[in-house]
Write a protein that binds this ligand. Sequence first.
Ligand SMILES: [Zn+2]
Length: 173
Amino acid sequence: MTQSTPAASAPAWFAYCPRCATPMVTARVMDKDRRVCPSCRYVYFTDPKVGVGVAIVEDEKLLLVRRRMNPERGKWSLPAGYADQDEDPRETAEREALEETGLIVAVESLLDVFFNPPGQGGASIFILYRARRISGEPQAGDDAADAGFFALDQLPELAFASTHAAVARLLHG
Ligand SMILES: [Zn+2]
């Protein structure tokens, strides 16, 4: 079998079959190169990484968090994080808002779902909810260096193209 160029769907680090421990090979399965067990035919399907964020607007001001870590350290983004395997994304949204800003929030509605092509790091699928504050005052926590509300027409420097896209979606519908 000829090996094609390494694809995101066939990561070489997936070396051994989790069922029978046989070394995995790369083979064409359902139109993509994937890691396959030649012994028991187990196929490793790569799952997209799912990020979830919240847009909380009060009095024409948007809640943002300042990044403590690289990449884009010091710039601002929406409170967001990765969905756990066993977590409703609405819970992810509320959990991340609490962890990063100290606010107890409630998800209200879905704003949009974004796709970020792989290779840029971060989530390939980003779910953005509109939410509202239940209680608390913005206070940086977790991997945030700062948190606060900013006037929509005077936003600070935003991190990531995905934050720009999300804010544009929020502002312009
Ligand atoms: Zn196997």
